[in-house]
Design a protein around this ligand. Structure first.
Ligand code: ZN
Ligand code: ZN
Length: 395
């Protein structure tokens, strides 16, 4: 067997052998550039970066130019959409980690391979809502209990300094330990195992390399696929004491929590699917908050997203009535400012159009003969939970 030749570090005036560290810009352009160390890379940066220009001038004749911001030489981190007009101060911090594998022994949903949920598309818009039999209801009970466990494990990690990618890792592992597939992974090509939506993010945030900051709020949205059923749950959490001391953050988070609780009180056989939106909008307005219209609650069972569609805003035109044995989510997204949303060029991250804070809570519900069972209900030791409005301190 031939020995692999040792590579030399391309750092300025460096004689050492190269390690596995590469310049991220060169990597993206498809060229090799190995350094011996982070220090040597930093020291050589001002000279090294000049070769990116020469290379990209040649390459741009062959490929359309793709604008990326310069990676931080010390960390290799970068903003993939530097020319996008962000609405707030949050930025994506790339590179994303590589796709986390799921062992073949764990049953996968149909979209796991190519990102396309074909079984959902077959049903979509037919408006015959599935009534689950006793056995299927037991399947939903089980997966929703597991989803709650995984959310609680993830929430305990949401502290200042922890990246959302680390939270993704925690969720991914906790799913596998429960013989479950993390439903978001490759759903319509979503790249990660959980949605993490920070500050002005309304929903569908992609876990990346940004560390959480004291004062952030973060929504963690977990869905598991276990034994043929999906269970879906999310909550918003305060990161550090600064968030709990911010009256605006507390107002939007607690209003969102209360909106979900109030709408669940309506759920029983005979409830119209257009009803929760009226209750949610009324309460949100009473707290001077707005309700997102672009994303809705959804039927959930053997399919991740199916009928019915449950809007969260008032005077909506949703059709249909709740019946015993139906499962669906309610998941109001509440904003401090405008209800309007703007999606990042990653085609997932939905943010508020004015950059103001947004918060969300979600449960998966089962309609019973005389009311509702909250399948993803909190456990006695669940982290998070309501907090009072901070009292203004006088100086
Ligand atoms: Zn969810
Ligand atoms: Zn959902």
């Amino acid at each position: 067997m031939a020995e692999v030749a040792t590579r030399k570090c391309i750092g300025v005036d460096c004689e050492k052998d190269a390690g596995s560290l590469q310049c991220p810009t060169c990597l993206k352009m498809g060229t090799d550039s190995f350094f011996c160390s982070q220090d040597c890379f930093k020291r050589s940066w001002s000279e090294h970066k000049a070769i990116h220009k020469t290379k990209s001038n040649i390459l741009s004749n062959l490929f359309p130019p793709k604008v990326v911001s310069e990676p931080d030489p010390a960390t290799g981190l970068y903003n993939p959409f530097p020319t996008f007009q962000y609405t707030g101060s949050l930025r994506p911090v790339y590179p994303l980690s590589t796709r986390r594998p799921v062992p073949k022994t764990i049953p996968h949903p149909d979209y796991a391979k190519d990102g396309i949920p074909r079984s959902e598309q077959k049903y979509f818009g037919r408006n015959n809502i599935k009534i689950l039999n006793k056995e299927e209801q037991e399947g939903m009970r089980k997966v929703c209990r597991l989803a709650r466990e995984v959310l609680d494990i993830a929430a305990r990690e949401a502290k200042p300094g922890v990246t959302t990618d680390y939270i993704d890792e925690v969720v991914h592992k906790a799913c596998l330990e429960r013989d479950s597939y993390p439903s978001p992974l490759n759903y319509m090509h979503f790249p990660k195992s959980v949605c993490t939506s920070v500050n002005e993010t309304i929903c569908h945030g992609i876990p990346d390399q940004r560390p959480l900051e004291d004062g952030d709020i973060i929504n963690i949205d977990v869905t598991l696929y276990h034994n043929g059923f999906h269970g879906d749950i999310n909550e918003t959490y305060y990161v550090g004491d600064n968030a709990k001391a911010n009256p605006d953050a507390v107002r939007v988070v607690e209003t969102s929590r209360e909106c979900l609780d109030k709408s669940i009180e309506l759920v029983k056989p005979g409830m119209l699917f257009r009803d929760p939106g009226n209750v949610i909008e009324k309460h949100a307005k009473s707290r001077n908050c707005s309700v997102v219209k672009s994303y809705c609650g959804h039927g959930i069972n053997q399919l991740f997203h199916t009928d019915p569609n449950i809007p969260h805003y008032g005077k909506n035109k949703a059709v249909g009535t709740a019946k015993p044995g139906m499962c669906f989510t309610i998941e109001p997204m509440i904003n401090l400012g405008t209800h309007r949303d703007r999606t990042w060029p990653d085609d997932w991250t939905s943010t508020t159009a004015d950059g103001a804070l947004s918060a969300q809570f979600e449960h998966t519900l089962l309609v019973t003969e005389d009311g509702v069972e909250v399948l993803t209900a909190r456990l006695p030791d669940s982290p998070g939970g309501p907090i009072p409005m901070p009292v203004a301190t006088q100086n």
